[in-house]
Ligand binder design. Structure first.
Ligand code: ATP
Ligand code: MG
Ligand code: MG
Ligand code: MG
Length: 576
């Protein structure tokens, strides 16, 4: 590529609404252009990197035996009704009507459509296992789109879905995807961790997030430096609570199955005897009956930060609590527990919550179960992930840092991360809801065992930059740099010798399969260097008349403090 023919457009300053470094640098480097909140054009420079990410993802998915297809962006409400997600999804699902007043949504993910394909086309166990994937535009009407491509509303995701005969076979599919993800993120050249994540109502231990390590990440990762234990904060928090309260520590798989919870389940989940006094507990529900009573507890939060909350309660600052518990508004909760809005989790506690304090687990469990006719589902403790406020991290540090690691091999530490991938065992959740079956060997219909596997293709660009940048700009891992090598001829317009040497080197690099760009704009070195350092090209070769007289050119790696003089013939070895 010749720079003069390419669309090169850099900015000295980022637009004032850009918040994080990756967003600023992508805008300044001309990689993306904002069209609306969370909606971007991927400019030619940005698209080069996106395509490279896609290629790596595609190669590894194909290698792992998955098959590419493309499902529609626009999906009919009928399919989403079958799983109940048309109603359950909330505002992230962008819904609209066509000219015939029929309901549609833009795909935020595609379980419904792919399960519909499976129930029509996978008839026999002989056709299994199968894994279908797409690299496609997704739309989620995020509450707070921000940070450029990291939390867009429209973004590109690779989503794969596996179909298996049995739970064991689904486990194998999961392991294959897990291994493929490791290869993908290794090849992308990113520092990352695969962390155990909450499986919610599905249970089991088969959910992992792939987190790129970056101080600016929205997620918190809990890990043990002395072992390979790593979990996302929601899961680690729950496990840590259990560990600090009881020996031996109970694992989170003990989460009661929906509809079957008992007092004993609750106590066991917490890992405490039924008679233990709970210092303070906030229950939040987003499911209320007509009288405003909780119809199901979908989120529960334990406050274990000392007695602060309890003291507040004792001081009578939350009237009504003496009698045990009552409804409190979000504002009350936030005020009394000194939290910032949204602190208590992604549901945002828009609906009333119940507060109980200084009660035994038996009482509390009784309350939970009794209030709901033992019919609810637990999910793990969730601290809310799109909240980078520093004091949130500080609080989490108090709760978890230094706690024993659940594997007993050391103590826990916290770092920040950006979720770039997620693998999830779904079981028969969708196949049952949509009655998607195949005929098994015994001739009987059976529901598919499913898994889903996402990668945030466009988010990866932001994550890579958050992890790799300096004051001058982006430092791309080579695998996803828009160009791998830039040749900067000094005096392009004046010197035939410089032009010839630059062109020869360029041709040689292209012939060797290197993605090189030749800066033939006839700009001053300072201008060229500033542009390519901002854009983050990993290797730069500068060719000028003075050096050429001695047969030398200058090489500078993007992380190098200064340039090195090299013989013309030695360049290839440096940049290949
Ligand atoms: P988050 O917790 O950040 O909201 P998620 O858990 O909702 O992400 P998944 O449903 O697991 O996301 O989707 C798979 C992948 O898609 C994520 O791991 C992430 O890399 C990417 N992704 C999700 N939401 C967005 C978004 N708004 N913008 C860009 N990428 C996204
Ligand atoms: Mg999300
Ligand atoms: Mg997530
Ligand atoms: Mg996820």
């Amino acid at each position: 590529m010749r720079a003069s023919q390419f669309h090169l457009f850099t900015l000295k300053e980022a637009p004032s609404d850009a918040e994080v470094v990756s967003q600023k640098l992508m805008l300044r480097a001309g990689m993306i252009r904002k069209v609306a909140a969370g909606i971007y054009s991927y400019m030619p420079m940005g698209l080069r990197s996106i395509r490279k990410v896609e290629t790596i993802v595609r190669e590894e998915m194909d290698r792992a035996g998955a098959m590419e297809l493309i499902m529609p962006m626009v999906q009919p409400a009928e399919l989403w009704d079958e799983t109940g997600r048309w109603d359950k999804m909330g505002d992230e699902l962008l819904r609209f009507k066509d000219r015939h007043e029929r309901d549609f949504a833009l795909q935020p993910t595609s379980e419904e459509v792919v399960t519909d394909i499976a129930r029509q086309e996978l008839k026999s166990y002989r056709q299994l296992p199968k894994n279908f994937y797409q690299i496609q535009t997704k739309f989620r009407d995020e509450r707070r789109p921000r940070f450029g491509v990291m939390r867009g509303r429209e973004f590109t995701m690779k989503d794969a879905y596996s179909f298996d005969r049995s739970e064991e076979a689904a486990g194998r599919s999961y392991d294959i995807m897990f291994a493929a993800y490791k290869r993908i993120f290794d090849r992308l050249g990113l520092e990352y961790r695969a962390v155990a994540a909450d499986t919610g109502a599905i249970g089991g231990d088969r959910s992992h997030e792939f987190q790129v390590i970056a101080d600016t990440g929205e997620d918190a990762i809990v890990y043990c430096p002395d072992s390979d234990y790593a979990a996302n904060i929601e899961l680690a928090e729950a496990v840590s609570l259990i560990a600090r309260r009881a020996e031996p520590a109970k694992a989170l798989e003990k989460t009661p199955t929906p509809g079957k919870a008992t007092c004993e389940d609750v106590a066991e989940l917490l890992g405490v005897p039924l008679a233990t006094t709970v210092k303070s507990l906030v229950l939040a529900t987003d499911d209320l009956d007509d009288k405003g009573n909780p119809a199901g507890v979908t989120v529960w939060l334990l406050l274990v930060r000392g007695d602060h909350a309890l003291n507040e309660v004792k001081a009578g600052k939350l009237p009504g609590l003496k009698s045990g518990f009552r409804f409190a508004t979000e504002a009350e909760i936030l005020e009394h527990f000194g939290c910032k809005p949204g602190y208590l989790g992604p549901i945002g506690l828009k609906k009333p919550v119940k507060v109980i304090a200084d009660r035994t687990v038996a009482h509390m469990a009784d309350f939970i179960c009794g209030a709901n006719d033992a019919d609810f589902h637990f999910t793990g403790v969730n601290w809310g992930r799109d909240l980078p406020e520093p004091d949130l991290v500080a609080d989490l540090r108090n709760v978890i840092e230094g706690d024993p690691s659940p594997d007993g091999k050391g103590v826990l530490a916290i770092q920040r991360g950006i979720e770039v991938g997620h693998v999830f065992y779904l079981g028969t959740k969708y196949s049952k809801a949509m009655n998607a079956t195949f005929l098994d060997e015994d001739g009987k219909p059976k529901h598919f065992e499913m898994g889903c596997y996402g990668i945030g293709v466009t988010r990866i660009l932001g994550a890579a930059i958050e992890q790799n940048h300096d004051a001058r700009g982006i430092i791309w891992p080579r695998a996803i740099a828009p160009f791998e090598v830039v040749i900067c001829p000094v005096g392009w317009g004046k010197s035939q010798a410089v032009r010839d040497e630059a062109q020869t080197l360029y041709d040689a690099l292209i012939a060797a399969g290197v993605d090189a760009v030749l800066d033939d704009r006839d700009e001053r070195p300072g201008v060229m260097f500033a542009d390519w350092e901002l854009i983050g090209v990993p290797h730069r070769v500068t060719i000028g008349d003075r050096g050429l007289k001695e047969g030398l050119v200058e090489y500078q790696g993007r992380r190098d403090a200064e340039a090195t003089k090299l013989a013309v013939g030695d360049i290839a070895a440096h940049v290949l």
